[in-house]
Every structure is written in C-alpha cells, then in structure tokens.
Design a protein around this ligand. Structure first.
Ligand SMILES: [Zn+2]
Length: 342
C-alpha cells in the first residue's frame, strides 16, 4: 500500500510517500481500505515531535479515518467485508475501572489510532474491530471523516464535562476551527446562546451561518469587554476553550459568577497564568476535557444523519498532496476540515 511516512521529526519536508507492506488483520482486528482521513492539528505536533505522546519511528500520521472493511481477522463477529466504518479514535482496554463504568476516555491503558496502529495517511489500516462504528449512508466519506474528532470532542466538552443547558450562554473560542465550528452547531441545537470568537470577520460570518448569535473579533476587540456588553454585564455561563495563551485568561474573565471554563487544547500557549483571587471569590471552575466516548460520537452521527449538524470539509487532497494539505492547515486560513482521500 502507499502511505505518507516520516522517519525523523521535523517540518513538512520529512513527509514522504512510500510503498509499505499491506497490513494484515491480527486476531480481533479488521483491515480497512481507507476512503478518507481527516487532518488534525495534533498531526503537526506529532510530526514535529512535540506532542507529548510516545511516538515510534517511522510513523504514519492520521488519527481520523473512514473506509470499508476489506479483511477480517480471527474471531471478528458482526462485521462483513464491504461495511463502511470508522474506528473510534481510542483503542480502550475494556477492563479498567473507567472502561467498566462507561468513561472510556479515561482508560488507564489506551491505544490510539496511528500511535498503536498504523495511521490514516495511507491506503489501508489494521485496527481492533471492537471499536468500529457504522457510518450512515446519508454521509459522504469526506463528511464522515470530518465528524468524529470535531463533534465528539465538542459534545464531550459542552455537555458531559461543561454541563451546558438550554437557555445558557456559551462563549466558543476560535469558531473557525473544526472543534469550534462543531461546538457552535451543537450548542445552537441545544438551545444555548452562542458567542463566538475568531481572528477574522470572515470566519465570524461563516460561524453566524451555523447558528452563532454574536461574534467577537479577538484581533480587534477585547473578548471579556464584548461578552459583558452582549450579556448586559452578566457574563457567559460556560467558556469553551481550546486555544490557550491569552484567550484562556480572557475566557475566564468573560464568565459570570459560578461560571465554568472547559478546555481541551493550548496551541497558542500551553502554560498560562491566571489570577487566583477573583477566580475563587467568584467561585468559577476550570474543567479539563479529553477525547470523548464512542456513544457520544454515535449521537453526533445520528444528528448528522438527520441533517441537524453538518461536518464541514474545507478541501479534499490526494495522498500525494499531504505536504500541501498540512501546509494549508498550518496557515490556519481554512474553515472546516482538510481531508486526504487516497
Ligand atoms: Zn480501560
């Protein structure tokens, strides 16, 4: 099979298209002929060697995959060659105290697609059959590939970790990103008032079409001042944060008393200061969020099947164009996901 491989950490120039052995399914595994694989910012950190995940070399990137089953390993039941599937990002153990209580994103011994299997920037992938999800016919390959991480992460952050309820106001940072635009759609569907931030008016206009009620251009406006003005001095109930750096403090300052900030990322600054005194006097909460459960993804697949949410695809690239696809992502000018289709 053809795959995009790197043998050393670094910039775009370490990526090579190479011919690799076809993967074979081990016991309990399937081989998927990959139809579409979405890019994620984590891919850049993995390629540069700064992801803080243990990454072996050589490495094939790509954690978000949709395709058709082309081979079944021993002991695989319930699946057939030709089924269109996506593997849940994590290969959880199924035995630890978190897996046994439906909180698999806390698994003590998780594998991950591309870290503990081969990756999605390729023609084929072998992975465990235990965590496959069926892709509804209503979704195209590229739309399905764009759904899991954006909407699964957004669901887990907004509802499971953030406790968002109808009638609340949520501040969504960076609405132009995959998880930002997904959060706008899910929060709008749930009956929340959505205030979004972005670095350009163009991205804010796109987010308004997805259900964002108010936009703040954080390159030109003070986020906390604007949120307080929009909420008539009250502040947001929930801040959906995944940027880090100064937007983290600004999101915290945008909250009402007893407000919650939920975070899952920090590309703009992984270590931040925040002022502890007003934080505890206003009884705010900062909540971490990581990945999502398979059930949460299945809920999002159902919403997408019914046309209630739309996975956004900015552009599709061929496997040979992986460098260009990653370069496009690193420029951060896209709205929606970038997808490789071998
Ligand atoms: Zn586990």
């Amino acid at each position: 099979m053809r795959a995009v491989v790197f043998h050393e950490f670094g910039g775009l120039d370490v990526l090579r298209v190479e011919e690799l052995e076809d993967p074979q399914p081990g016991p309990g595994e399937v081989v998927i002929d990959i139809a579409a694989s979405a890019l994620n910012h984590l891919d850049v950190d993995v390629r540069e060697g700064i992801s803080r995940f243990p990454i072996g070399l050589p490495h094939v990137l790509g954690i978000e995959v949709v395709g058709r089953i082309s081979a079944l390993g021993d002991g695989v039941g319930g699946w057939a060659v030709g089924d269109r599937v996506m593997p849940y990002l994590m290969d959880t153990c199924g035995r630890c105290r978190y897996c046994r209580t439906g909180r698999e994103s806390l698994c003590l011994e998780p594998g991950f697609i591309s870290f503990s299997t081969s990756g999605g920037y390729a023609e084929k992938l072998a992975c465990s059959a235990r965590h496959l999800m069926r892709v509804p016919d209503e979704l195209t390959d590229e739309a399905a590939a764009a759904l899991q991480i954006a909407f699964g992460t957004a669901w887990h952050m907004l509802f499971t970790r953030g406790g968002l309820r109808a009638g609340e106001t949520v501040l969504v940072n960076s609405v132009g990103s995959g998880i930002g635009s997904a959060a706008v759609q899910l929060a709008h569907q749930a009956g929340a008032t959505v205030i979004g931030t972005a670095s350009s008016d163009e991205k804010l206009a796109r987010a308004a079409e997805l259900g964002m009620d108010h936009g703040v251009n954080h390159a030109a406006q003070d986020v906390a001042d604007e949120v307080l003005r929009i909420t008539e001095g009250r502040g947001a109930d929930l801040a959906y944060e995944h940027v880090g750096g100064k937007l983290f403090q600004q999101a915290l300052d945008s909250l009402c008393k007893d407000g919650r900030l939920v975070t899952c990322g920090a590309h703009a600054g992984e270590v931040v200061e925040f002022d502890i005194i007003p934080f505890f006097r206003t009884q705010k909460s900062v909540i971490g969020s990581f990945v999502y459960t398979r059930e949460e993804v299945e809920r999002c697949l159902e919403l997408a099947r019914r046309g209630k949410i739309t996975p956004l695809v900015h552009r599709v690239f061929a496997l040979d164009e992986a460098r260009e696809a990653m370069a496009t992502m690193e420029r951060r000018e896209h709205f929606g996901k970038l997808v490789l289709m071998p």
